[in-house]
Design a protein around this ligand. Structure first.
Ligand SMILES: [Cu+2]
Length: 365
């Protein structure tokens, strides 16, 4: 077992890398499932492909890039299709929350979901959905956080909260299947923040579905509005088992194009299921770009954003905006009111990306 550095040049056999990755993945799954205990599995992983191994062996790009510089990498273990896809429309509406400390639990688990009509995808998730649940707190709240990795998960995971100020090597550490980790922090800064798995290679863990939003409302709260969340993300696919697609890490690295760019985990989700909103009443959309790679220029056809806020922080206010840029790992909020009944299309105005699924219909009446 072990990696060869990815060669370059015309003589490179492009299937070699995949074959090595597939073998690596199979070996790791066997280790995790066949180990007598988690300690054994952890030791085997570190020996097989973690940082200790990486010191004297060349590694593929991004293998050790993660939120915690001391986390062991999970290499290129890939999710295994898990039976029939489990999916339902992701509720785009977010409910207000009262100020006060919040108990939040996230569970990393492997799920086969849908990311487009009839396209099943073997995902790593938080709480079984892509994106994970939309969390919400008020500035000043204490977040009492519990993280678990489901015992049946095929690999180790972590949680990186962009809404926290914390030492990543302690608070964003990687834990093994069956383990639990708790910590607390104060949500000091308002915003539309990403959370994601930070386990190396972080590109793979995000590309496989491990992200979500935490909205931290400003201390004084927001004015009432119809509030929505749109999480944009991009997917890179290759054929897996039984017609289920699996992530393609080499495409994520830039050696290929994305197959889908989506809002809330599924291409054209709100074209198939338009979102009903009210005419004449304010709308606030929080947009998080989870990436891993594709940028967004968020626009609503037929609307002008009366106000827009970088990072969804009221101090970062702009007026009369036609669209708003949102890079991967960032969030915004936009506010507008629709004055006529009709169907208004929300898009990534980088239309090549809208054409890959980043499009939604707001049905105003
Ligand atoms: Cu992960």
């Amino acid at each position: 077992m072990g990696f060869l550095r990815l060669p370059t040049g015309p003589a490179f056999d492009s299937t070699l890398f995949d074959r090595l990755l597939d073998q690596e993945s199979a070996d790791r799954r066997a280790l995790l499932k066949g180990g007598a205990g988690l300690g054994l599995a952890a030791a085997a992983l570190i020996g097989a492909g973690g940082r200790a191994f990486a010191q004297d062996q060349p590694t593929p790009p991004g293998e050790d890039v993660g939120s915690d510089p001391h986390s062991m990498g999970t290499g290129h273990s890939s999710p295994v299709p898990q039976g029939q896809p489990v999916w339902s429309v992701y509720d785009p509406f977010v409910k207000p929350v009262e100020p006060g400390d919040k108990d939040i639990t996230l569970v990393a688990k492997d799920v086969t979901t849908l990311i487009s009509k009839d396209v099943a995808y073997a995902a790593w998730t938080f709480n079984g959905t892509v994106p994970g649940p939309t969390l919400r707190a008020r500035q000043g709240d204490t977040i009492d956080f519990t993280f678990q990795v489901d015992p049946t998960a095929s690999t180790a995971h972590s949680v990186d909260f962009h809404s926290s100020k914390a030492a990543p090597n302690e608070k964003f550490k990687t834990i093994m299947p069956g383990e639990e980790f708790k910590w607390s922090y104060k949500a000091t800064t308002p915003g539309c923040f990403m959370y994601h798995c930070g386990t190396p290679p972080v590109l793979m863990h995000i590309g496989t579905g491990m992200y979500g939003t935490m909205i931290v409302d400003p201390e004084e709260g927001w004015e009432p509005a119809q509030e929505l969340i749109f999480v944009q993300s991009d997917f890179y696919l290759k054929e897996g088992e039984n017609g289920v697609m699996v992530p393609d890490y080499t495409k994520m690295l830039g050696n290929g194009n994305m197959d889908f760019v989506v809002f809330n985990g599924y291409a054209n989700q709100y074209v198939e299921n338009p979102i009903n909103v009210k005419v004449g009443e304010p709308i606030r959309i929080f947009v998080l770009n989870a990436g891993p790679n594709v940028w967004a220029t968020f626009h609503v056809v037929g609307a002008i954003f009366d106000k827009a806020y970088f990072n969804a922080n009221p101090k970062n206010v702009l007026h009369g905006m036609q669209s708003m840029p949102v890079g991967p790992g960032d969030g915004i909020a936009v506010e507008f009111t629709l004055e006529e009944p009709g169907e208004y299309v929300a898009v990534n105005h980088s239309f090549g990306h809208a054409a890959h699924g980043a499009i939604a219909i707001l049905r105003a009446s």
